[in-house]
Ligand binder design. Structure first.
Ligand code: URA
Ligand code: URA
Length: 255
């Protein structure tokens, strides 16, 4: 591995709370497979929205923009209602609707799949183990959790953390799209296969769409691995770090 890449990798692991590496034989002999290089970003990567990437209006960052976003988000929250019954999840043991959290004027938005048990109890996305890892991933590019906005495709916990079903997605995803339009982020990170496939309306495997960027509404969408997947497959953190460096560069470029 080139030195620069190794350093970035170790720095990311440091940010994720790993403060040492083992010096025993296991560490030395464990050979990671070389990752296949990410496909170059070709114009045909822009599958979701063939329109050119339009610069955001300056109001996106103004106090007025933030006030508007707060008002629109509140309207969406009211429209969903405190006890939404549009799909069957309200009969399947969920405690509450988990709307979304963070800066209504965020340049960066994360989209996950659906609340888990911790999120269902606390009413906030990504507060369990995967959520704590997400917070450290955000901090790895020198942002705070409060700087970004975090939401899920599905607002209610599916029983036993099963995958959301098509009728549930159909009822719930319009609220996510309205949240995105209210916040108008510059970059959207889709966390895991489910969110990426839902936003991009594709059934391409996550391994094929990550490492690329897509024009999506007024934003650039970066699919990456879900933090819950990283908990089971720590070696995939290297790819997520590459994706987050790309996110950081896109945010810097867009001012
Ligand atoms: N996984 C998700 O996709 N979303 C959450 O809010 C928590 C875990
Ligand atoms: N499979 C998934 O569903 N999500 C990931 O993030 C990686 C593999």
């Amino acid at each position: 591995m080139p030195n620069e890449q190794l350093n970035a990798h170790l720095e990311f692991f440091g940010e994720l709370g790993v403060d040492g590496v083992r010096r025993d034989g296991d560490w030395c002999t464990r050979i990671e497979p070389e990752p296949t290089p990410a496909a170059p970003i070709a114009p045909d990567a822009l599958v979701a929205d063939p329109a050119p990437i339009a610069p955001l209006a300056p109001s996106g960052n103004s106090a007025a923009g933030a006030l508007t976003a707060i008002a629109v988000l509140n309207t969406i929250r009211v429209d969903i209602g405190p006890d939404c019954s549009r799909c069957k999840l309200h009969t399947l043991g969920r405690k509450q609707v988990v709307f979304g959290v963070g800066n209504p004027d965020a340049d960066l938005m994360f989209v996950g799949e659906a609340p888990g048990a911790d999120e269902d109890i606390q009413g906030e996305p990504f507060v369990g183990r995967a959520g704590q890892l997400l917070t450290r991933i955000i901090e790895a590019i020198d942002l705070k959790r409060e700087d970004v906005y975090i939401a899920n495709v599905i607002k209610c916990r599916p029983p036993g953390n099963r995958n959301p079903e098509p009728d549930e997605v159909e009822q719930c995803e319009p609220f996510l799209f309205r949240q995105i339009d209210a916040i108008r982020p510059k970059v959207i990170v889709a966390l895991g296969k489910f969110a990426a496939q839902c936003l991009l309306k594709t059934d391409a495997p996550i391994t094929r769409i990550r490492g690329r960027e897509f024009a999506y509404r007024d934003a650039i969408l970066i699919p990456t691995y879900h933090p819950a997947y990283l908990l089971r497959n720590p070696s995939a953190k290297r790819d997520v770090w590459e994706d987050m460096k790309r996110v950081r560069a896109l945010l810097a470029k867009s001012g």
